[in-house]
Design a protein around this ligand. Structure first.
Ligand SMILES: Cc1ncc(COP(=O)(O)O)c(C=O)c1O
Length: 429
């Protein structure tokens, strides 16, 4: 406590939302490294999108167009929109998905939220926790590891239950997670099923058939299937395998503008049944009055004209595919054929998920050692929450996440640092 401050009594919920949290510490570390300005830290952590010049030029062009059009600029800056988002934007989004995929989506099925992180907080709070019946329901994550940002969400403890996946080892240096349906069937009292697709951190992309199995499972349990498309189709479309996205009543699809290069606009889109959309709008009003208008104004005409979709296909996806190939090659060269490691197959998103089956320390310890070497990664431990207590699974301490959205030079120097540290550790083991 600093001088002159008195102690504040914190509520239980307040303590949960402001105490120790993996995501908060990660954001602190990243923020500190960004502010450092020395460029010394190799930023292989975090989910910041790459700065793609061609994409940034589009946002700057849109800002100029908006500034030159008072009919767009003035309400964007000077008006609170309704809490579900701008009606014109919601109509454009609904039309886009109707035309693109033939889904029966109307503006009343579209909610805008202040970023996907907030959308998940709202959705999980609506669905999970203590029910009117007195039962406690949890959000089921069919595959652990899952997105670190969910871990501390919800207003009650135990918001999540997660399942160990089946692990398929591929060749000498690759592996892939699959849903273990036997484990899934054993879980009771679920509020929803939720997956990020592609998955942060592993780069896994559930195949269409696997997702349909989850949809059937969710329907049988009478709960929604929530699909987090932060990196998914059609925008930003950082997927490296063909999939056919699908929406049906009872399914909740969440999209974000962040990974398009617009995290500063804090804008996400939820497609869901009308009742959920109405409830999200009320929550938005209570928690923050209205959404940020800027992201909606920037992308609305680009969604309507198809320019955004083309930008994703022609520029954003190839950019990340190139970075991925570079990072995979750097790992193969720096680690060498004989080193014991496996990379999860990369089917989407910005991350390499590195499994070190012979790691002599935990990944949390490896993270600290790498930080001292000026290499910032994310330790895997954080992504394995919600698993049954007492389940002994060494794998959860043997993985790290490496972001490949940064420059090739940063990637190469960072991966060299990881390889050197691992060699030191293995020599000492
Ligand atoms: C899988 C996943 N979902 C949701 C989010 C949150 O995104 P937003 O910036 O829209 O809050 C992220 C951000 O990294 C993410 O990786």
């Amino acid at each position: 406590m600093s001088r002159g401050e008195s102690k504040i009594d914190i509520s239980k919920i307040g303590a949960m939302l402001s105490g120790r949290s993996g995501i908060a510490e990660l954001m602190e570390d990243l923020g500190a490294a960004m502010r450092d300005g020395s460029q010394a830290m190799m930023m292989l952590g975090g989910g910041n999108p790459g700065h793609i010049p061609e994409v940034q030029a589009v946002w700057r062009r849109r800002l100029r167009e908006i500034a030159d059009a008072p009919a767009c600029c003035d309400p964007m800056l000077a008006d609170y929109e309704g809490p579900a988002g701008s009606p014109a934007f919601r109509t454009v989004v609904a039309n886009f998905f109707r035309t693109e995929y033939g889904w029966d989506i109307r503006p009343a099925n579209v909610a805008v939220t202040p970023g996907a992180q907030m959308a998940f907080f709202q959705i999980f709070t609506l669905l999970a926790g203590e029910m009117a019946s007195g039962n406690h329901r949890r959000v089921l994550l069919p595959i652990a590891p899952e997105y670190i940002g969910y871990a501390d969400q919800g207003l009650q403890p135990k918001t999540f239950c997660a399942c160990q996946p089946r692990i398929e080892c591929i060749g000498d240096h690759a592996f892939k997670y699959h849903v273990d349906s036997k484990r899934l069937e054993q879980v009771e009292e679920i509020a929803a099923v939720c997956v990020s697709r592609p998955t942060n951190p592993s780069g896994n992309l559930l195949a269409d058939e696997e997702l349909e199995q989850l949809a059937r499972f969710a329907r049988q349990r009478g709960v929604p299937l929530i699909v987090d498309n932060a990196y998914g189709e059609p925008f930003p479309g950082v997927v490296f395998r063909e999939i056919v996205p699908r929406w049906d009543p009872g399914r909740v699809l969440v999209y974000s503008l962040s990974k398009l290069g617009l995290p500063g606009t804090r804008t996400a889109i939820v497609l869901a049944d009308e009742e959920l959309v109405r409830r999200l709008a009320v929550m938005n009003a209570i928690m923050g009055l209205a959404n940020n208008n800027v992201g909606q104004a920037l992308v609305q005409p680009l969604i309507a004209s198809g320019e955004l979709k083309d930008l994703c296909r022609q520029v954003i996806r190839p950019f990340y595919a190139d970075r991925l190939a570079f990072a995979q090659q750097a790992i193969a060269e720096q680690f060498g054929e004989d080193f014991p490691y496996r990379l999860h197959v990369s089917e989407g998103a910005f991350f390499l998920w590195l499994w070190l089956p012979a790691l002599p320390v935990t990944s949390a310890e490896l993270y600290q050692r790498l930080k001292r070497r000026q290499v910032l990664v994310v330790p895997g431990e954080y992504f394995f929450y919600g698993l049954p207590e007492g389940e002994d699974w060494p794998h959860r301490h043997q993985c790290i996440r490496i972001t490949f959205s940064q420059s090739e030079e940063t990637l190469l120097r960072g991966i060299q640092g990881v390889a050197e540290e691992l060699r030191v550790l293995h020599r000492g083991a």
